[in-house]
Design a binder for this molecule. Structure first.
Ligand SMILES: NC(=O)c1ccc[n+]([C@@H]2O[C@H](COP(=O)([O-])OP(=O)(O)OC[C@H]3O[C@@H](n4cnc5c(N)ncnc54)[C@H](OP(=O)(O)O)[C@@H]3O)[C@@H](O)[C@H]2O)c1
Length: 331
């Protein structure tokens, strides 16, 4: 029986597909016709093409699969305009609804959907755990709001009898980052001496191998209708710079900007870029600066206790990411 992976051209999907193949699973991947397929090049996978916003294409991809890992999402730290918000909603919320409906209609045994720590509640006095509800009034970014609605779709499907488990990811660090992701670009810029400044703050990170392991555990042992947080380690940006120093051999940027200053600069640049180039990638968005300033921590005791999850090491993940980028000539 086949296992479907959506988002296989993305950072998580690329790592997950490799692990499933290593484990001997028959893998089908859903790609879009215009996806950059470098992440699956040379892999023994069945490719099907379609966009998650198209229910019939999604159902064709799901049909005949016993298990589905739904990793695809439109990831963004932008406030964006109407078009971007619509794209985020359609890809993430409607896309998930389509995957889950298709899974129910075609008799899939189990689905694991990737969630985001940004859709878990936040309390500055303690690390976030699965019991903390998302606060829709805390100025969430459209992406975070969409990921909360993704979980709502999962609960609705669970109520309809589907075995669906949510595997919540923190910021992913590791190899097979063909994008590269925001974290990957930061590491490449750092290694090339192009990171001129950084902001004090912190975030919860997860090694690519750990979030992959989390997905496998959620598939094999997770309780249907439940969410599990998978993280490797909380790190301040100062500690991250120390780690980058030791991996790349380069000193950190001398400029350590005050968060209010960086936040103001990000607001001004984002204001103009959003109006002039609404779809363009932005390096330092107000949303990203805010996330760093929140210093969010995650508690993954539930995954440890119920699933036997054992996180590895972030330093190793940064080394592997560095090796990957060096091999691809990006550093
Ligand atoms: N990266 C992180 O730090 C992080 C943190 C928390 C949670 N997550 C979650 O982890 C999952 C994977 O993230 P990632 O970092 O691997 O993202 P990514 O590298 O940006 O990849 C996203 C993937 O989703 C696919 N996709 C997006 N919209 C689609 C659509 N409408 N139809 C079909 N495929 C579509 C993309 O395909 P194309 O190549 O065609 O664009 C790509 O394969 C997501 O659910 C994300 O919300 C990620």
């Amino acid at each position: 029986m086949k296992t479907l992976v959506t988002g296989a051209s993305g950072h998580l999907g690329a790592n997950l597909v490799r692990r499933l193949l290593q484990d001997g699973e028959a893998v089908r991947v859903l790609l879009r016709a215009d996806s950059d397929d470098s992440a699956v090049e040379g892999l023994e996978v069945e490719r099907v093409y379609g966009d998650l916003r198209d229910f019939l294409a999604t159902k064709a991809a799901v049909h005949g699969c016993e298990r589905v890992y739904h990793c695809a999402a439109k990831v963004s730290t932008l406030e964006g305009g109407d078009r971007l918000r619509r794209e985020i909603y359609d890809c993430n919320v409607l896309g998930t609804r389509h995957v889950l409906r298709a899974a129910l209609e075609t008799g899939v045994a189990r689905v694991v959907v990737t969630g985001s720590l940004s859709a878990v509640g936040y309390d500055s006095s303690r690390p976030s755990d699965e019991s903390m509800p998302f606060d829709p009034f805390d100025r969430p970014l459209p992406y975070a709001a969409s990921k909360a609605l993704v979980e709502h779709e999962c609960l609705k499907a669970a109520a309809d009898g589907l075995e669906v488990v949510v595997a919540i990811s923190c910021a992913i660090v590791g190899p097979q980052d063909f994008g590269p992701s925001r974290m990957g670009r930061t590491l490449c810029d750092y290694a090339k001496g192009r990171l001129r400044a950084y902001v004090p703050g912190g975030f919860e990170f997860v090694a690519a191998r750990d979030i992959v392991q989390g997905h496998l555990l959620a598939m094999s042992r997770g309780r249907p209708g439940q969410r599990y947080i998978f993280s490797t380690q909380y790190m301040t940006t100062d500690d991250l710079m120390s780690l980058f120093e030791s991996v790349t051999g380069r000193p950190r940027p001398r400029l350590r900007l005050s968060p209010p200053l960086m936040s103001a600069a990000a607001h001004v640049s984002s204001f103009f870029l959003t109006r002039l180039f609404p779809e363009a990638e932005q390096r330092f968005t107000p949303g990203a600066v805010r996330l760093l300033r929140m210093r969010r921590r995650a508690d993954c005791s539930k995954a440890r206790q119920e699933l036997g999850y054992r996180p590895t090491d972030l330093a190793q993940a940064v080394k592997e990411a560095y090796g990957f980028f060096a091999q691809r000539g990006l550093i």
